[in-house]
Write a protein that binds this ligand. Structure first.
Ligand SMILES: Nc1ncnc2c1ncn2[C@@H]1O[C@H](COP(=O)(O)OP(=O)(O)O)[C@@H](O)[C@H]1O
Ligand SMILES: [Mg+2]
Length: 541
């Protein structure tokens, strides 16, 4: 957008307003004056013509008195014209003023321009022709590029037209003088006003302008821009105040800078503090992670411990029976050796020894066999839990082995555990992971879903569908509260901390299934309606 300076704006607006008002004033006063001039000029010239008419009438009356109007008419008329000429050309008037007399024959009897006698009016001289037509009045018309004003009257007796041809320049002499004076005055006023505006601009606007430039500089940060004190008193005061303000700003900026430095120091200090506490927190987190790992390890060890306890419990009976039997056999053997050494052994005694020792050996064999089978299945499960090797196994059999390994826990309860589904699912996977999942789920059911003497039923269903293995684990226990359901897989979430719950069991299951087996586990449960864990794992890993 075009920016116009205050100076130009001021100057142009004042000039426009002035010119407009002067124009209006001039228009009205000029027209008024013109009207007055018209009236007065008409009056003056009519008066003059009346005087001439009076003179002619006198002559005419004298002629009439002679009684020989026709005979003397011409000479009387000539005499009259002579008198008129004398009056006009000797005494009268401005040379530009043209009095005229026209006869009834359209001849100039008297005309300033045509000194010769009785000149005919040219066809072109419309102005005079019009006077002949109108006989009396006044007209203004353009004649030879000049405005002329003609005033005329009729002398009926001789049918003469008597009048004056006045150039409008003469007629409006005073009007034009007035106009010129007005214009000169206007010009002087304009010059004066322009001068005063220039002075105003120099003494008021220029300092304001320079102040505005300085303020712009200061606003853009150049606080050292010099501020000149000049112009009117008020403006000098303004400039001085401006300097004070600028200095104050400078001081505040300095103060602010100092503040900033202090603040920066503070921030630095706080940052190092924060870094320190961040490091401490990092350390704490590390420790927590280590603790968590340890806990997970101990949770694993706990289930392994359960396994060992299971083994111990299961093989306790057959080994006990074996020990009792072999102790009995050793006692019997000692007695029979004694009898044999003394040579006192009867036939009956020896037969009895043989019979009993056979029975004992049989008993020992059966129990050792039982122990061996138990250890075999325990061994596999426990080795799998420690090692993380992949191998081929039958899923259903492996689940049964796992259940057997925790039978010392399950046996004490009234809970019936059933494994259903496809018997032939063979997996090439990590068996340890499966035994961990199943044993953790079963131990959770026993711990959380049922009271000590509650009866219950756990159903484990396995099937393969498309390329997935689906394991559904269901119990009919207490179920999980709605507000807990979303948290059960979180590490350390437990409703059982007082009784030693770590809250890691389901988290371990979740990690095993997601990370090791690349599957998904979800849980559906309602309070009082048991739980259903659904595990989906890709068959080929
Ligand atoms: N079968 C279940 N029935 C009811 N609640 C269960 C069952 N399994 C798990 N929960 C709930 O999930 C929580 C988390 O289980 P878990 O991660 O194994 O930790 P913990 O057994 O140490 O409490 C348990 O505290 C319990 O509230
Ligand atoms: Mg648990």
């Amino acid at each position: 957008m075009l920016k116009i300076s205050i100076k130009t704006q001021l100057l142009s607006s004042i000039l426009i307003v002035l010119l407009l008002s002067m124009g209006v004033l001039f228009y009205f006063s000029y027209n008024n004056f013109k009207e007055k001039v018209n009236n007065s000029q008409a009056h003056v010239y009519n008066q003059k013509i009346d005087n001439i008419l009076f003179l002619i009438e006198q002559k005419y009356n004298i002629l009439k008195k002679t009684g020989m109007e026709v005979a003397f008419k011409e000479s009387f008329q000539e005499g009259t014209i002579k008198v008129l000429k004398e009056i006009f050309y000797k005494n009268e008037l401005d040379s530009s003023l043209l009095p005229f007399v026209i006869s009834d024959e359209k001849e100039y009897l008297l005309h300033g321009k045509y000194k010769q006698k009785n000149k005919k009016i040219y066809e072109k001289e419309k102005n005079y022709l019009i006077t002949l037509e109108l006989k009396e009045g006044d007209i203004t018309l353009l004649h030879k590029d000049k405005d002329i004003w003609i005033v005329f009257k009729h002398f009926k007796q001789w049918d003469w037209i008597i009048g004056f041809e006045v150039p409008t320049s003469l007629k409006y002499k005073e009007l034009y003088a007035y106009r010129n004076e007005f214009l000169i005055t206007l010009l002087i006023i304009l010059v004066l006003i322009s001068l005063s505006i220039i002075i105003i601009v120099r003494y008021i606007l220029k300092p304001i302008d320079s102040l505005s430039k300085v303020s712009k500089e200061i606003a853009s940060g150049n606080l050292d821009t010099p501020i000149a004190i000049y112009g009117s008193m008020e403006l000098s005061i303004l400039a001085k105040n401006f300097i004070i303000m600028r200095d104050k700003i400078k001081a505040s900026i300095k103060e602010l800078e100092n503040h900033n430095i202090i603040l920066e120091d503070k921030v630095k200090y706080r940052t190092t503090e924060l870094e320190k506490s961040y490091k401490e927190l990092e350390q704490i987190l590390k420790n927590l992670n280590i603790t968590q790992e340890k806990l997970i390890e101990s949770e694993k060890m706990a289930s392994l411990g359960g396994l060992v306890a299971g083994v111990a419990h299961e093989i306790n009976t057959p080994i006990g029976i074996g020990i009792t039997a072999i102790t009995h056999f050793l006692e019997m053997n000692k007695n029979i050796i004694k009898l044999y050494d003394k040579n006192e052994m009867s036939q009956e005694e020896f037969e009895d020894f043989l019979k009993t020792s056979k029975e004992l050996a049989q008993m020992i064999f059966v129990n050792l066999n039982k122990t061996a089978t138990l250890i075999k299945s325990f061994k596999q499960v426990s080795v799998d839990q420690i090692s993380e090797d992949k191998r081929c196994f039958n899923l259903k059999e492996y689940i049964n082995d796992t259940l057997l390994s925790i039978s010392n826990i399950t046996k004490k309860t009234q809970i019936d555990i059933k494994v259903e589904g496809n018997n032939d699912i063979m997996l090439n996977s990590y068996p340890g992971a499966f035994s961990q999942v199943i044993s953790n789920l079963v131990i959770n059911s026993i711990r959380h879903a049922y009271g000590i003497k509650d009866k219950g039923c756990i159903l484990i269903n396995i099937e393969s569908r498309d390329k997935n293995l689906i394991i559904k684990y269901k119990d009919d226990g207490k179920g999980i509260k709605k507000e807990h359901l979303s948290k059960i897989f979180n590490p350390f979430f437990t409703t059982n901390r007082e009784s030693g719950g770590t809250g890691l069991g389901l988290n371990i299951i979740y990690n095993i299934i997601n990370n090791n087996l690349k599957g998904k586990i979800t849980c559906v449960s309602e309070e009082g309606k048991g739980v259903l864990f659904k595990i989906v794992i890709p068959l080929s890993l």
